[in-house]
Design a protein around this ligand. Structure first.
Ligand SMILES: Cc1cc2nc3c(=O)[nH]c(=O)nc-3n(C[C@H](O)[C@H](O)[C@H](O)COP(=O)(O)OP(=O)(O)OC[C@H]3O[C@@H](n4cnc5c(N)ncnc54)[C@H](O)[C@@H]3O)c2cc1C
Length: 380
């Protein structure tokens, strides 16, 4: 039987980044994914790396720190997979001009005339240009991240823990990390309420040169290395309880019923920003991203909800029990809920989680599963 230090379930941006971090630190890693590498939400991603504008608050400070860390990481690790030409943000209902103006990240206002001097194809728009923004090739980056790990294309239906090891077919590992995205978690974590938000991305061929990425309610990329332009958005929130499955396959009720409409919306909204000449849709990607209410991702050890409450029922009434006294699943970690910024956050989160696992470095409270556990336990 082959023995690994870590078994990572999920080969998306989250799983591949933590796998890479631990492998680089001398650990032997197996990564498993039933859909292949970047076969879930990650393969459908833009993958745009952009700042989060607005007055400084804990969430955008976190995102923008992650962005600076991740841009540097990708530039050093896989410069060929990164295209860093900045982003133009055009005001919309979520990001009104005022919000785009008042932020801690440097930006430059470009009016319609200035934009049309850059490209005649810009429509009558204006916006704020941010230099520190890029687009990645999500498949290439995920593959490269785990090239020194063993990869297995398998579906893990349950976690078997015996004699200090998690056992899967003919191999075992001391520690498991769940990086499952929107898929039902392999252990019960009622305090992590993931809602999937579905989206579509298209690659289009065009003779137009798009000078930089453009974001409004949709995102348009600059021309990628093969000349195509990506246009994408994730907007459709669905109640998973009412859905039979949440895969990205074209038999999914969600895509059967609404994909064409989504593509038309993407093309119409893109056309309101820049005229893409001789346009032809060459590829359609489908995927769902995992989000929780707080918007912050979740990383760290996985609290055993039922056992912790059995041991300390008074938690429900607000009694403060410190995290180190809670019950945890043995040697089990999670990295999930990366929201709409999986490629911005994952390298940064992998560093924080990796340091915590290897050196016991404390983790920011807002990212921990304990915080969600206490909140849910008290609500119950
Ligand atoms: C259309 C779209 C556009 C997006 N655009 C951007 C963007 O521009 N920039 C950005 O940063 N982010 C973007 N995102 C978000 C980003 O894709 C996600 O945040 C990121 O992919 C999350 O990565 P993940 O590894 O957590 O999940 P996933 O990539 O979904 O990976 C989870 C994997 O786990 C596997 N898995 C789960 N359970 C099991 C099991 N039991 N056995 C085996 N395998 C299992 C699944 O098959 C899946 O492949 C976008 C998402 C979508 C859908």
């Amino acid at each position: 039987m082959k023995i690994y230090d870590f078994l990572i379930i999920g080969a998306g941006s989250a799983g591949c980044n933590i796998a890479h971090y631990l492998q680089k630190n001398g650990k032997k890693i197996a990564v498993i994914d039933k859909e292949g590498i970047a076969g879930g939400g990650s393969g459908a991603a833009g993958a745009f790396l952009s700042p989060l504008p607005g007055k400084e608050n804990p969430y955008n400070s976190f995102v923008n720190s992650a962005l600076m860390y991740s841009l540097k990481f990708y530039e050093e690790f896989a410069p060929q997979a990164l295209n860093k030409r900045g982003v133009l943000r055009v005001a919309n209902n979520n990001f009104e001009s005022e919000k785009l103006q008042s932020n801690s990240i440097k930006s430059r206002y470009l009016n319609t005339k200035e934009l049309q001097e850059i490209s005649q194809n810009f429509t009558q728009i204006d916006g704020y240009f941010y230099e520190n923004a890029a687009i990645l090739n999500p498949n290439e980056i995920c593959k490269k991240l785990i090239e020194k790990c063993d990869f297995y294309k398998e579906d893990v239906s349950e976690l078997i823990f015996e004699d200090g090891f998690y056992i899967f077919e003919n191999f075992k590992a001391k520690t498991v990390i769940l990086a499952q995205g929107v898929i039902k978690p392999l252990v019960q974590t009622p305090y992590i309420e993931i809602s999937p938000i579905f989206g579509v991305k298209i690659d289009v061929k065009t003779t137009t040169k798009v000078p930089f990425n453009i974001h409004k309610s949709i995102s348009i990329s600059t021309n990628k290395s093969d000349g195509t332009v990506a246009i994408g958005a994730t907007k459709e929130r669905h109640d998973t309880a009412k859905m039979e499955c949440i895969t990205s396959c074209d038999k999914c009720a969600f895509y059967v019923n609404s994909e064409q409409g989504q593509i038309e919306t993407l093309l119409r909204e893109a056309d309101e920003l820049i005229k893409l000449e001789n346009l032809e849709v060459v590829k359609i990607y489908r995927g769902a991203r995992a989000t929780i209410k707080s918007y912050f991702p979740v990383i760290g050890k996985v609290v055993n909800f039922n056992e912790s409450l059995k041991k300390y029922p008074s938690i429900k009434n607000g009694t403060k029990i410190p995290p180190n006294l809670l019950e945890y699943y043995p040697n089990l970690y999670i990295i999930n809920a990366l929201g709409s910024r999986g490629f911005v956050l994952a390298p940064y989160l992998a560093k924080i989680l990796g340091e915590n696992i290897l050196n016991d470095t404390p983790m920011p409270k807002e990212l921990s599963s304990e915080k969600l556990f206490y909140k849910t336990a008290r609500k119950n």
